[in-house]
Write a protein that binds this ligand. Sequence first.
Ligand SMILES: O=C(O)c1ccccc1NCC(=O)[C@H](O)[C@H](O)COP(=O)(O)O
Length: 263
Amino acid sequence: MTMLEKILAKKQIEVEELVNKGMTFDSAKQPVPFKSKIAASTHVQIISEIKRASPSKGDIKTKINHVQQAKQYEANGAAAISVLTDTTFFKGSIQDLQAVSDAVQIPVLCKDFIIHPIQIDRAKAAGASIILLIVAALSKQQLYELYHYATEKELEVICEVHQLEELEDLLALDPAIIGINNRNLKTFEVDLRTTTHLAARIKNRNTLIISESGLQTRADAILARDAGAEVLLIGETLMRSDNLSKTFNHLKIAKQRSAKHAR
Ligand SMILES: O=C(O)c1ccccc1NCC(=O)[C@H](O)[C@H](O)COP(=O)(O)O
């Protein structure tokens, strides 16, 4: 069993528990716009992640104060905060997301392995403005249904791909935002050229491209930008930083070579 399969098997159990308990979720907060703000920015934007631990790296910073960390991300110019809400494999929680959403003004991404609409309801009720759908984790029908379910609820959706075949399936949906994950979720191998290879296949100039995972240096940021990414999703590098302001400055690059020209 691959790690992704293990995670999905656990998600199935969690979802059944939520459904069997008859859980319903009411959302008070109006989603905060994400994509529309990116176009106006002069620099490549960063979605900054709260990531206590991961299957590939083990514990990263388990004792982190997630609210303080999120506020620091916001103060340093993050475009959004990603909160890993999975507990078993990432030591996060939906309560982390709720607390972060209550503390910041920028949009919050519910970073989880979503396979059922009830998870979308729960994410929105906890204050998420954006959700993630991982193409490798879903059938084409599930992907389309969950995408439309979320957008009807005024949530923005990052559709995540790692392989060309996944991207080709996804393009028929013509999603507003595509996340290209540089990490293979089955082997954990990270290759930033994944962004370069896949972004070149995205021809719709209105599609926002996010490069995800393994981004550590300014050179990495430039590589992703030159491939067409306007946003970087960064977890570990920010979580391990002991000087966030310095790290953000180091990663701050202008949209000098237009993402629209790179494709
Ligand atoms: O990070 C992992 O080990 C991992 C393993 C299996 C499924 C998902 C995983 N990570 C989720 C992510 O997508 C990353 O947290 C995110 O892109 C940030 O990556 P990084 O900057 O490398 O921490």
